[in-house]
Design a binder for this molecule. Structure first.
Ligand code: BG6
Length: 529
């Protein structure tokens, strides 16, 4: 008898896949159930440095609870806070509870909370305090015995990079960076990874002197977003897009991360940093890399990172920077019906702050696939609305047999990956307008995550924390990616530093006039999402 083919015997089909259960290529245990089994972290714990900061309170602690609530953390998971406050275990539990109630995505359930709280400890000390780090070491050893964390610890550095060196030094001195046999030690670090290529190299040197690169997990929370991972699914799981994904068909690419929020309360971090360093260096260049890279041989971390590195190496600014970049700073204006202050009136920013709150640049990718296709990147605060998207704008059809009048409302085709909000993918193409003439105009075909799937997307930090605990490093940029991103951005930042101050734009608009001119000179316009 010939071996069954996919068409054969569909009567006994697996309910999950629709494939016959006796198909030799299909092993129900391996192929269908495995992908539905949750990936659960093994015995481990996490120490958070900077646990009283904004990021920990708003994102990390709620994400850890949500993971626990989804059953993805080990039963004996331990969470240790390290900070300057003189807190007892109870104080720390109360603080975490408040953060969880305010920020958790899933329901706060008493039994889950209690089990998580049992494994919480707080160690009081500065980042240079030998004795406090020794106490931390003793506490982790105790938790290994009482909670069964088995010597597996992640150290989350939710602290400004100025402290990386102190914390890493202490972790080394106290022996905590070194994993005992059959266990692991990892460090998870938050951006900013430096303020230019040299400082990024120095930071990497400091961290890599203590932790080998395969134990370093650099967080770019955009990579934890479902829609960002969907870029890879869209490109590499389909036949529809790849033939068009190149300079033969694509006119240009626009990558936008617009926010409507201002910078009140963030002067300490943001003043002197600005939009390019805050967002383009990391989030937008990662989006560019995923959009433009070649297909990885497989989805192992090394293969994926190799492709991103290749494309980042081929990426460079387009010159002259006076015409191909733009930067701005918001002034007072209206955000909907609310009057909002300008940056220089926000608490902590000086009257003469030169910090840009809007940045745009033109990049080229010197490869066979992309030569001649400009990638326009822009980000800004206090813009018209919050939206992050990648728009691939196609070249016009080479010939239109309909007559100019009939196609006056026809634009260029587009594929738009909407990262947030309204996560989804939109395709814009021309369609006949109902009626007796052959009028053609743009229409949208819209895929929306929330309509297509019932599952709610996990928060980016849930995915990334779990991946770090599971030693799954695909979604974490390597030291080389970080340094290459700075190499792309450094000339632009240096140019700006030598050429005056950012141009004003009114809050609630779409940025400075120079950003519009930047595209207008190439007969293009920014999308108004
Ligand atoms: C952070 C930036 O990395 O991303 C912030 O430092 C920005 O300035 C934030 O507001 C935006 O994240 P999200 O997930 O809300 O788009």
């Amino acid at each position: 008898m010939p071996p069954p083919t996919k068409q054969a015997d569909t009567t006994v089909s697996n309910t999950l896949t629709g494939l016959p259960d006796n198909a030799p290529w299909f092993n129900p245990l391996r192929d269908s159930q495995d992908k539905r089994l949750p990936r659960i972290a093994g015995p481990c714990g996490m120490v958070i440095f900077g646990v009283t900061g904004d990021l920990a309170r708003k994102k990390l602690l709620p994400a850890i609870y949500d993971l626990a609530n989804r059953g993805l953390l080990p039963a004996g998971f331990a969470l240790v806070g390290y900070g300057r406050r003189e807190w007892s275990k109870q104080d720390f539990e109360d603080y975490v509870h408040e953060a969880v109630v305010a920020g958790a995505r899933t329901e706060v359930r008493a039994n889950v909370w209690e089990r998580l709280a049992e494994g919480m400890e707080f160690i009081s000390g500065t980042f240079r305090d030998d004795a406090a780090f020794d106490t931390l070491g003793a506490k982790l050893a105790e938790l290994d015995r009482t909670r069964g964390t088995a010597g597996n610890w992640g150290f989350y550095l939710s602290v400004p990079p100025d402290y990386f060196s102190d914390v890493c030094h202490q972790l080394k001195r106290s022996g905590l960076a070194e994993a005992p046999a059959n266990s692991w030690r990892r460090v998870i670090i938050e951006k900013p990874f430096g303020h230019d290529q040299d400082s990024a190299r120095e930071l990497n040197r400091v961290v890599n002197a203590v932790f080998p690169e395969d134990s370093v997990f650099r967080i770019d929370h955009y990579l934890g977003k479902e829609t960002v991972q969907n870029i890879m699914a869209l490109r590499f799981a389909n036949q529809l897009f790849d033939p068009l994904w190149n300079s033969h068909y694509i006119d240009h690419v626009q990558i936008t991360m617009a926010e409507d929020i201002g910078l009140g309360g963030r002067a300490g971090y943001y003043d002197g940093i600005g939009a390019a360093r805050d967002v383009i260096q990391n989030h937008l260049l990662q989006l560019l890399a995923l959009t433009a890279m070649e297909e990885p041989v497989s989805f192992t971390p090394a293969e994926l990172q190799a492709e991103k590195i290749k494309v980042l190496r081929a990426t460079a600014p387009v010159y002259p920077l006076a015409k191909t970049t733009a930067r701005g700073q918001y002034t007072a204006g209206w955000q909907g019906s609310t009057r909002v202050p300008g940056l220089r009136e926000e608490e902590g920013f000086s009257d003469d702050s030169n910090t840009e709150t809007y940045a745009a640049c033109t990049l080229e990718i010197n490869s066979r696939r992309w030569a001649g296709v400009p990638f326009y990147l822009r980000t800004g605060k206090r813009l018209g609305r919050r939206v992050t998207e990648i728009a691939l704008i196609f070249k016009p059809a080479p010939h239109l047999p309909f007559g100019d009048v009939m196609t006056s409302a026809l634009g260029q085709n587009a594929v738009v990956i909407r990262v947030q909000p309204d996560e989804g993918v939109l395709m814009r193409f021309g369609s006949k307008v109902p009626g007796s003439t052959m009028e053609v105009r743009d229409v949208n075909m819209d895929f929306s995550y929330s309509e297509a799937f019932t599952e709610e997307s996990p928060e980016a930090y849930e995915r990334l924390i779990l991946d770090a605990l599971l030693d799954e490093s695909s979604l974490f940029p390597t030291n080389e990616e970080v340094e290459l991103s700075w190499q792309i951005l450094d000339p632009i930042i240096q140019y700006w530093a030598q050429h005056g101050r950012p141009e004003d734009y009114e809050a609630g608009t779409w940025g400075p006039a120079s950003a519009d001119r930047m595209l207008a000179r190439e007969a293009r316009t920014w999308r108004r999402p």
